[in-house]
Design a protein around this ligand. Structure first.
Ligand code: NAD
Length: 499
């Protein structure tokens, strides 16, 4: 196998630390711990438990005391209960600041272990060994750590830089392809905002970049890490330049929220970058050809470039809630050109909505990616499949046929179910949950119109798995496709000043 050579990228902070990229690096973990460390606590995601016994053996042979803590896989690790369990384990083992925490897992594991390390004794050293592409090029670098709360994702956390980050591409062998592809969104983002060389590498063989035995992936990891390291080095606390790393994230976060986090982060960011490009073209900042490059590169590696229609009324409030907006949803990272990001303020909502109409009505890649793994057009990576939103033109009555009340109510919020006249009389002032207690789905649906019932979670059930062609047979592409903008015409220009 040609894995390429070891790369060492310095994150220029005080003190600096290294991100090392090399296949089979995990075997040498013992060589990358702070001087004097004798004990380490390995916090790992059970999805990557395979190499743990061998790792523990070799560390013990090297003279380390090794403690193990398996944390829940993925996002379930980022809770206060898991953090408390980790603190308890550290306490039982009498861990001090001269001991070391090691995180082995994806971004969720490195976020949790980083947070525990930041808080244990007000700061204990941590080495990250990321096991997803996204964590290698993004989450594990830069010192942002977080757990989730009932109020939202990543709301509680701290800045705590790792002692080192060890990226071993061999660990990606067990990663589902859909996760690998999702991570490519952050790689392509790094290329778009800072390193055109990344785009050249992806373009030279979009499918080959996903080949774990080929040289391209390691090269891409190295380059994307270099972008993140450089930006973080300039702005460790996210007070300025680091904002450019949020390219594609304003709209991406909104998709994640609207989809109840069933979309992978990278998939949402991919669509978010196309949204940003659509916005930039309309702002007269970006050439339409670069918008085309966004679409082609992202779909060539199997990432989605479009989002379902009819969701602006949910996306817009979600964008306004995004904590990165600093109170102004119309502040976004846009590109003037490759490697020329600008932060633009004051974008009119009408333009953002137009950009949304464009991405929900044009050819794209995978229709609806979900955590279970979407169908991806890898067999035709360069083509732009004629994507037609599957529900376009279907009549509400038709879409509801055969669906059970329970199914129609699934996932709805109490407030939404009660939408309508305010209860008065003895019900006035009572909470939605209380009002719904004991009521049957049939009763809640009585008197509702099909249109109203469909304005919510996308109808799946009987429609699930049906091909767009089948759903659309004999129908005119009206609805979301009608009047889709064409970039053959020059974009209208708006007088915004990049800041
Ligand atoms: N701190 C930051 O700067 C930062 C930046 C971006 C994202 N994040 C956070 O990172 C998290 C997302 O990271 P992620 O995409 O790595 O997700 P993740 O850690 O949830 O991993 C995704 C899935 O892959 C599994 N997995 C991980 N490595 C595997 C492997 N090698 N083989 C098989 N399965 C494996 C996990 O169990 C999980 O099911 C989110 O919580 C996000 O908030 C943090």
């Amino acid at each position: 196998m040609n894995w390429g050579n070891e790369a060492r990228i310095e994150v220029p902070l005080e003190p600096p630390y290294e991100v090392v990229v090399r296949p089979d690096l995990l075997r040498d973990l013992g060589a990358h711990v702070p001087a004097g460390v004798k004990r380490l606590m390995l916090m790992f995601d059970p999805a990557v438990a395979g190499p743990v016994p061998g790792l523990v053996d070799s560390l013990r042979k090297d003279g380390f005391d090794v403690y193990l803590l398996a944390v829940p896989s993925g996002e379930a690790a980022k809770t206060i209960d898991v953090a408390a369990a980790a603190w308890q384990r550290l306490g039982e083992a009498s861990f001090t600041r001269t001991d070391l925490i090691v995180a082995l897992g994806g971004g969720a594991t490195t976020d949790l272990a980083g947070f525990v390390a930041a808080t244990w004794l007000r700061g204990t050293p941590v080495v990250h060994v990321p096991t997803t592409l996204l964590a290698m090029v993004d989450a594990a670098i830069g010192g942002k750590t977080a757990i989730d709360t009932d109020e939202g994702k990543n709301l509680v956390g701290a800045f705590h830089q790792p002692y080192a980050v060890l990226c071993d591409p061999v660990l990606l062998n067990s990663l589902p392809e859909a996760e690998l592809i999702s991570g490519m969104a952050e790689v392509i983002k790094a290329g778009l905002i800072a390193d055109p060389g990344i785009l050249d590498v992806v373009w030279s063989g979009p499918r080959e970049t996903l080949n774990l035995s080929g040289p391209l992936l390691t090269e891409l990891i190295r380059r994307a890490v270099a972008v993140k390291a450089e930006v973080v080095g300039e702005d460790p606390h996210e007070s300025g330049r680091r904002a450019v790393l949020n390219y594609g994230h304003t709209f991406g976060h909104a998709i994640e929220q609207v989809e109840h986090f069933e979309w992978r982060h990278g998939d949402a960011v991919a669509v978010g970058m196309v949204f940003a490009a659509e916005t930039a073209v309309r702002a007269g900042l970006m050439e339409p050809s670069l918008l085309g490059l966004h679409r082609e590169l992202l779909s060539a590696v199997g990432l989605p470039t479009s989002y379902r229609p009819g969701r602006w009324d949910r996306l817009w409030p979600a964008m306004r809630r995004d904590k990165k907006n600093q109170g102004d949803v119309r502040r976004m990272v846009l590109l003037e050109d490759v490697a020329k990001p600008v932060i633009v303020r004051g974008i009119p909502e009408a333009i953002l909505e137009e950009a949304y109409q464009a991405i929900s009505a044009v050819p794209g890649a995978a229709p609806y990616p979900t955590a279970d793994g979407p169908a991806r057009p890898l067999d035709n990576p360069y083509g732009l499949p004629a994507y037609i939103p599957p529900l376009a033109g279907a009549e509400p009555d038709e879409l509801l046929a055969g669906r059970e009340p329970d199914e129609l109510l699934a996932g709805r919020e109490p407030d939404e179910l009660l939408a309508g006249p305010e209860p008065d009389g003895p019900l006035a002032g009572r909470e939605p949950d209380e009002l719904l207690a004991g009521r049957e789905p049939d009763e809640l649906l009585a008197g509702r119109e099909p249109d109203e019932l469909l304005a919510g979670p996308e109808p799946d059930g009987p429609l699930d798995g049906r091909e767009p062609d089948e759903l659309l047979a004999g129908r005119e592409p009206d609805g979301p496709l009608a009047g889709a903008p064409s970039f053959d015409e020059p974009p209208e220009r708006y007088p915004w000043e990049p800041t």
